[in-house]
Ligand binder design. Sequence first.
Ligand code: ZN
Length: 377
Amino acid sequence: MINLSSSFECGNGKNFFQLGENRYRCEVVGDKKVYCYYFCFDVENISENEETVYIEVWQDPLIGDSEGFISHFPTTIWISTKDGRRFQPLEQSLCRVNRQNIEISISLKPGEKRRITNNWPCYYSDTKNFLEHLVNERKNCEILILGKSCGNRDIIGIKAGTRGKPRILCLAGQHPVEFPGIWAIRAIADFITSGIPEAENLRKKFWFEIVPIANPDGNVAGRNCFTDEGVDLYQVFGENPDTDEPDSTEGKILWRWATGLPADLWINFHCYLGWRTNSEFPYDGWYQVPYDTFTDIKKRKVYERLCDTIRLMTDAASTSIEPEIHWLNSFEHQLARRYNIPHVFYEINGGTAGPFQSQKRGLNVFIQTMKTFEACF
Ligand SMILES: [Zn+2]
């Protein structure tokens, strides 16, 4: 007998069916087309004997985008270690990508329980503890709370540096299960409050506000894209890119954060999975706006230099050498157009990045970005 469950923080999986002896089907919970790929569930052997279990993972039938689902594979499938504290890649021969579904096989001893996922989770509760620990230990930063999510969770981060200096905003987790971005932002928070001379120098010259999880409700619920209100915080202006401000709870909070006292730089991390045709496995990707979105010539120059930096000094250039272009309804486009706020928007290839690689790549992006940005002043 096998138990399958996804009732935990960052869990995703529904409609677990038994198809035959030791063969099961799990359907993921999607939000919309393409954003319907993430799964994270526990498998427990509650019988007296060792069991080999076959689990087929399928798209969400309510979304009905089997192509969008399968486009995220092949990717690393992670399986928790025996003590449940870490993950390791599931050996490739134990995971098959079929035309419409993927098939995982694992052997479990009596009583053994493992967590299986295609994106190593970065839990909201753990991230909150991590930030509080940083603040208590380092004494050079404070907790920052932007506001409450629709589900009444703190949108939490840290602030550090020198008040009144150029204001740098860093965030991730708009798309909640794009965990590599959250790992990256956590590393940036760690770095910027560290005793490394480079970090000390940056704290003297800049003011940093660092928010790892912009959409805490989505994180806890293991959602691919949406907030509790069903909003995609990347395409935050929805159908109305020209409206004064986004109308969603978290969208408003983030917009006011960026524009109340206009930010000087906006650094946003996302992630993608699989062997996309627009990227060179195992590397990353990035988005830009056309340079002439900026009307302030000086700010445009800064932006061009930042784009050069991302293209030449990081692994982002894997996306066909050319970046993707931001949607008109994104923060990035509207911050550039209305406020001349430059941005860096980086997508980590989560198929090749657990916490360590995400942090390493994210930190490199941040350090290269800040080197260029500092030289612009
Ligand atoms: Zn995303």
